[in-house]
Design a protein around this ligand. Structure first.
Ligand SMILES: Nc1ncnc2c1ncn2[C@@H]1O[C@H](COP(=O)(O)OP(=O)(O)OP(=O)(O)O)[C@@H](O)[C@H]1O
Ligand SMILES: [Mg+2]
Length: 350
């Protein structure tokens, strides 16, 4: 039979995932209950952030440790550590480590959508390039760790270099880029579990030398999964741009991504309707091949505006400066992206 003291001892030796101090040290075990007849142990533990993949990892550790110590079943509840405790232990962290995340000069903009293949990566890349063309200092994180596509889309062939302890992003069209694709051999698929994803993203923030940038764009993987959640917890002030196709059901799905942004109090900058129509180069006639109204419907639902509508078209082919998904500045889509960039800048300056 486990005693309360023993429970506090074994659970207390585990580390709080955000502060990296033991739960004992942080006095984070709020409650221990033991039901003798069933050999059931329940604990309430306080952490810095609840509802995270880190919490899930800690939960597994607690269950395993208590079962090893002899508990038949384990119940866990989580709560939030008091601000004073967090502040007291945070201040002991090395200075400057999280410079970028705490920087007030950098605006984070996540490009999200409810489903795949609507053009998030295309929009991320071209919005980043358009912001850079208008004179801003821009970074781009390919946060699609499994399905990275930014390096290929931008025609990046070189790899980042390491200076001291930091990784220097690759610059292309004036944008500082970092992608998992830079660290994977021969396009090998990546099989990782959720918690590792969070760690990778963390290194993209902390181990990359971003310098002094105005905007950091994040190309999110499709849906509202792990990475989207990590971003929500890591970057509480992140802004969001939601991409949809013009089909009303697509907008419906995208609304879920938007709903998540609203729930986490991420400000939505607006909606971009991609693949909005096809315009004949010969007659100039527009055909709404993927339907109509999706962008407006979504903007209405999220109480925001449509920042722009992009028709179907490919960038012009350029042998010398190959970048298959980047529209030239004078391309009609390049111009629309410039307009969207101006809208984003002015919304953020308001
Ligand atoms: N306006 C457009 N005109 C023509 N093709 C487009 C347009 N926008 C995107 N595409 C093409 O559609 C495909 C999907 O785009 P993209 O990869 O940007 O979508 P995504 O939302 O990032 O996808 P995933 O969910 O897989 O990350 C790509 O082949 C891209 O080149
Ligand atoms: Mg993508």
């Amino acid at each position: 039979m486990l005693s309360e003291e023993r429970v506090r001892e074994v659970v207390g030796s585990l580390k709080e995932p955000f502060l990296h101090k033991t739960l004992g040290e942080l006095e984070a075990i709020e409650e221990v209950k033991i039901k003798e007849e069933k050999n059931h142990v329940s604990v309430k533990v306080l952490v810095v952030k609840t509802g995270t993949s880190e919490q899930l990892e800690l939960q597994t550790q607690i269950v395993n440790t208590l079962k090893e110590a002899g508990a038949a079943t384990v119940g866990i509840r989580f709560g939030q550590l008091p601000e004073e405790v967090i502040a007291a232990h945070r201040s002991q962290e090395p200075e400057g480590e999280s410079g970028l995340l705490n920087s007030t000069n950098t605006t984070f903009i996540a490009i999200a959508s409810g489903k795949g293949g609507v053009g998030k990566s295309t929009v991320s890349v071209n919005l980043a390039v358009a912001l850079a063309r208008s004179g801003k200092k821009v970074g781009l994180i390919d946060a699609d760790i499994y399905g990275f596509s930014v390096p290929d889309m931008m025609g990046i062939t070189n790899r980042p270099v390491v200076r001291g302890e930091k990784i220097i992003p690759v610059e292309r069209f004036g944008v500082q880029v970092i992608s998992m694709g830079f660290f994977v051999e021969d396009n090998a698929p990546i099989i990782w579990r959720g918690p590792m994803l969070g760690k990778m993203l963390n290194s993209f923030f902390h181990e990359v030398e971003w310098g002094d940038i105005d905007y950091l764009l994040l190309d999110l993987p499709p849906g509202t999964g792990d990475v989207a959640l990590d971003i929500h917890t890591m970057l509480p002030h992140c802004k969001e741009v939601i991409v949809t196709t013009p089909h009303p059901t697509a907008a419906f799905v995208a609304a879920r991504a938007g709903a998540m942004a609203l729930r986490t109090e991420h400000e939505i900058l607006g909606v971009i309707e991609n693949m909005a129509y096809f315009e004949s180069k010969i007659t100039g006639e527009k055909e709404y091949v993927f339907g109509r109204g999706g962008g407006d419907k979504l903007a209405e639902e999220l109480q925001t505006e449509v920042l722009g509508r992009l028709p179907l078209d490919q960038p012009d082919w350029n042998e010398e400066d190959f970048a298959p998904s980047v529209y030239q500045e004078d391309h009609r889509l390049g111009k629309i992206y410039s307009e969207i960039a101006e809208k984003v800048i002015s919304r953020l300056n308001q």
